[in-house]
Write a protein that binds this ligand. Structure first.
Ligand code: PEP
Ligand code: MN
Length: 348
């Protein structure tokens, strides 16, 4: 069993890509000197969205990683996307591999990787697929379990989108929380670099991951980020990485101390009462929606009444904002309520 696999927090850092022997070695030395990182990450084979970009140095880069391990004591990790890459990684005794987001999305690729890994003891981390599909993510884990891989972990790197002004791959925390609920035994790392796509907000994302009880992070760091051959905008220097890692506040999920506090118990009771009221209110609301639905049916009026719905949304968004609820929250919750009303009225 690999020693770092169950460490919490597990910190993995390194450049997006292996570029030159000197770049890997220098970056690895600076990262090791922080004394806060367990594993050096670096891509040897790079999945690029468009052809013609730097596609990785290929197999020769592995020996540079191995040399970096020898000189720094850091374990080494890289991405694998097909059987040949797995064979090379195993041949050179890489300490950990991960399956990238563009591979997780494709069951043929995942199966090929799993088959090539069969019989090996290497820890394998599975990045979320580029689309927010929990079943695909779980399916990749199951394919690895089936070939007998024992140390399997998850990496949450966010989900593809268009035109999000803040994130390259918005985190959609709900998806990560759900897969954690379904597979609580798997360690889950957060990859703030591919979520942010820039050097901004990395600390915020890492801190949210800590608050959500993640087991560690995997983050991109390069000795000279702006000159990096891939993902130049999101990599940070080892010094900036040090600042992030020292500011991060890891928390424990163990709430036994809180449980002994009477005030907290009172607050939790308050929440329970409010939640019960909320469900009762929603149920009453749906009962009224049903009666309205009967009128619509009788008079052959469409279930969807856009003007009326606009009025409702406008009034409640305004009210919500005055009460300190965020715009997005109100919008999301109203959409769900509206969909349920529509479902009930459709079924009449
Ligand atoms: C990477 O880790 O450099 C990478 C290509 O990530 P992803 O699969 O999340 O896009
Ligand atoms: Mn990258």
């Amino acid at each position: 069993m690999t020693h770092f696999f169950n460490k919490k927090p597990l910190i993995i850092a390194g450049p997006c890509s292996v570029e030159t022997e000197e770049q890997v070695m220098e970056t690895a030395k600076q990262i090791a000197a922080l004394k806060k990182v367990d594993v050096l990450r670096a891509g040897i084979w790079k999945p690029r969205t468009r052809p013609g970009n730097f596609e990785g140095v290929g197999t020769k880069g592995i020996s540079w990683l191995v040399q970096a391990r020898k000189e720094t004591g850091l374990a080494i990790a890289t991405e694998v996307a097909n059987a040949k890459q797995v064979e090379d990684a195993l041949h050179f005794d890489i300490d950990m591999v991960w399956i990238g987001a563009r591979s997780t999305v494709n069951p043929f690729s995942v199966q090929e990787i799993a088959d090539a890994l069969k019989g090996s003891k290497i820890p394998v981390f599975v990045k979320n697929p580029i689309n927010p599909d929990i079943e695909l993510w779980l399916g990749a884990v199951e394919r690895l379990e089936k070939v007998g891989i024992e140390q399997i972990g998850l990496i949450h790197r966010g989900f593809s989108t268009v035109g999000n002004p803040i994130y390259r791959n918005p985190p959609m925390w709900n998806i990560a929380i759900e897969i954690k609920r379904r597979m609580p035994h798997l360690p889950m790392l957060n990859d703030p670099s591919h979520i942010c796509g820039s050097r901004d907000n990395l600390l915020d994302i890492c801190q949210t991951a800590c608050n959500l009880n993640y087991d560690g992070i995997i983050i991109e760091s390069h000795r000279d980020p702006s000159q990096a051959w891939s993902d130049a905008k999101q990599q940070v220097t080892p010094t900036a990485l040090f600042n992030i890692l020292t500011q991060l506040e890891w928390r424990t999920e163990d709430d036994s101390k809180l449980m002994r506090d009477v005030n907290l118990n009172q607050l939790r009771q308050d929440i329970d009462h409010l939640d019960t009221e909320m469900i009762n209110l929603l149920s009453k609301r749906m009962e009224v929606a049903k009666q309205i639905g009967l009128f619509k049916k009788e008079h052959k009026v469409t279930v969807l009444q856009s003007n009326r719905w606009n009025e409702v949304v406008e009034r409640l968004t305004h009210l919500g904002e005055k009460s300190g609820l965020s715009f997005d929250f109100i919008q999301n919750i109203l959409q769900e309520i509206h969909l349920e009303s529509i479902r009930i009225q459709n079924n009449l």
